[in-house]
Each structure stands twice: as C-alpha cells, then as structure tokens.
Design a protein around this ligand. Sequence first.
Ligand code: ATP
Ligand code: MG
Length: 395
Amino acid sequence: MVIQIPDFVEVVLTRLNENGYEAYVVGGCVRDAMLGKLADDWDVCTSAMPDQVLSCFSDMRTILTGIEHGTVTVLSDHKPIEITTYRIDGQYTDCRHPDSVTFTASIVEDLARRDFTVNAMAYHPNRGLVDPFGGQQDVSMRVIRCVGDPHTRFREDSLRILIGLRFASVLGFTIDRSTSDAMLDLHLLLKQVAVERVYTELEKMLCGESVASVLTAFRTVFSSVFPDLVWYSDLPDVIERLPCDLICRFGGMYHKSANIKSALTELKAPKMVRDEVVSLLKACGEKLPIDFPNIRLWFGVYGHECVQRILALVSALGQNVAELRASVCKIEQDRLCCSISDLAVNGDDLLELGLQPGKQLGVTLKALLCAVVYDQVSNDKQALLNYTAKYLIET
Ligand code: ATP
Ligand code: MG
C-alpha cells in the first residue's frame, strides 16, 4: 500500500524524523487516499511533545491550535497541517471532551482513541501502514465500525454517533451491526452535545449521496436531533433525489413541518441558510406559473439559484415540471428580460421624460415590465421611451 503524500506534508514528516521523532499522516487523509480521493486536510501525529514540535518548526509559522490537547498547526508552503502528539484520552464526563489527555510514546495507543477503524490508520512513506484495528479491510468492505466497544465509545463522546452516520451517508458505507445497534441504543445522549457540533454533522450528512438509506435506518435518531421534524413516508427518497445542495435538502427534510424557522434557529443554522430554506419552502407552497409571461415574472422575482431549487424540490416531491423547466431554460438561454432591473430603461431615463419621482415612477416601471413580458414592446431603450410617452399620454 503506497500513499502519495504531497511535498508540503512530506517536509513536515521529514523534519520531525530528522529530529529523532516518529511522525505519520493519520486519520481521514489515509482513509481518503485508500478510497482514491485526495484528502482536504492532512493531519500528522508524532511522538514529539508539543514544545518539541514547536522547536522543530521554529523557523516556520506555527499556531497553538489546541496545545493542551497536544495539537500545533504548522503552515507548510502556506497550507496548514495539524500536528498532534500521540495521546490517550482520559475520562469523559460530558459525553464530548476528555477531561484530560495523556501523551504517550505509542502510535497504537493513539490510534486506539480514534472513532472508527477506517479513521484509525497511520502511514509513513518508509514505515508503511499502521493499522491495528483492521481499517484497511473495513475500507475495502466499505464498513463503518467503532474502534473498540461501540457502547463505550458512544458513551464517551456521543457526537461519534452522528459522525458515523455522516460517513455512511457521504461515503456510501454500511454500518457494522454492533456499531449501529449502539447508535440506536444511545442516540438520546446526543441531546447533551453542543448544538453547533450536531449541526455541523447534520449539514454534511444531509448532503451525502447515500443519505436515503441512513435516514431510513436511523429515523429514530433523526427524529430526536432535528427539532420539530414532521416525517413523511418518502422523505428519505425525496432527499436523495435532490441535488447535494444544503438548502434543497433542508427543504426536503422540513417540507411537511410547520415551524421551519424556529427549528433551524434551534439547530443554530446560519441565518442565511435558515432564511433561504424558509423562502424556498414558501415559494414551493405557492402556485407555480403556467403561461410564459408569468413564468418570466416569476423568474424575475426568484432568480436563477432559487428557481433551480424550487424546480428540484417540487420535482423531487413528484410534480412534473418538464415544461416549466424548458421555459426557464429558454429564458436563461435568450437572456430574456424578467425584472425591472433587466429593462433597457431605468428610473433616471423616465425622469428625463418628465415623470415624477416616487410612486408614479415605480408604477410605470412595473407597467413597462408587463408590456415587455407580454411582448407588447421590445426591451429596447428607444422603444420603451416611446411606449412610455404613449402610456403617459394615455393616463
Ligand atoms: P473529514 O474528511 O471530515 O475531515 P476526518 O476523519 O479527517 O474526516 P477530522 O474531524 O478531520 O475528520 O478528524 C481527524 C481524525 O481525528 C479522524 O480521522 C479521527 O481519527 C479522529 N477523530 C475526530 N473526531 C473524533 C472523535 N470525536 N472521537 C475520536 N476520534 C476522532
Ligand atoms: Mg480531516
């Protein structure tokens, strides 16, 4: 098993080795490399103590990310690498953080504290793979399995339940039976975890390509972590039919729920996410336009991104939107005028014609937009000015 390690990471391993310390890339980057994916972040674990790590990299920029837990970030070629001293986690009393950590000289002890077998592997270009818990085999069988006894591991840190479900959804892995039994047994412990952490996992889990089977098998877990969720029979399939877009997927999740705004507020979703989901569901609840001029006006109100989401959600919910989609394609291809800001004239042009600022201006611009979308006048400056003059005379 050979893993291609980028140069900016390799220099960090080499520097630690030259100073007499062990160092490996570890965790998600090893798992991703086995899956043929380039990792987003490369984590390093080492036998060096945090102050020894700092002195090894005294000529480079370092950040004391979590020095009390043994983590120092080094900027190598401007890219951050987290270097963590081998450690054993102490007692957990808050279901989330170890009360203390103990540094150790053993890579195997460090791997034993990690969540899942597929994340509990380390690799060094010369020493090869360190895989004491069968992670490589679980990657090849595409299985999520706890390191050690699942009940114990989820009691220590119940966020691991959602981390495991997130991996199953994103990687399309199945969950080993004793791990999934423990997830179902202990999911209520998630109520003790900071909601921000829960939200981060839910966000990633919802956007996974294999989310349907996870939602189906762990419905009880999700019903307890998503506030105010009203489940409907084909919810998992609706979500998986949607693009991997957070707003759409939250829309599918909360499609039947009444208090979406308060549910997402309770989850501490970012305000932008919350507002976009709320307006998506509101837009989906309105009657969709049928004739082309109204489709244009509708497109002008919502814009490209929101319209694509509305189409995705209503079609995932079973409505045939082929014709509406074709009209939207035409609007976009031909760059048709759909809103006041698309008009070839603006308020200033109309003021020059002698219109009064204020209400009259707004009403006139709206009338011009209607005239354009109903093909009574072309969206051309002179044509619009002539039309306005005529329109004004007539009023
Ligand atoms: P991602 O692709 O999301 O970054 P990752 O596995 O790299 O996945 P990180 O959050 O970057 O996840 O964590 C790095 C490593 O730290 C994990 O691979 C795992 O070995 C360990 N780890 C992270 N969170 C926990 C946890 N709650 N309990 C035990 N080990 C953990
Ligand atoms: Mg990672």
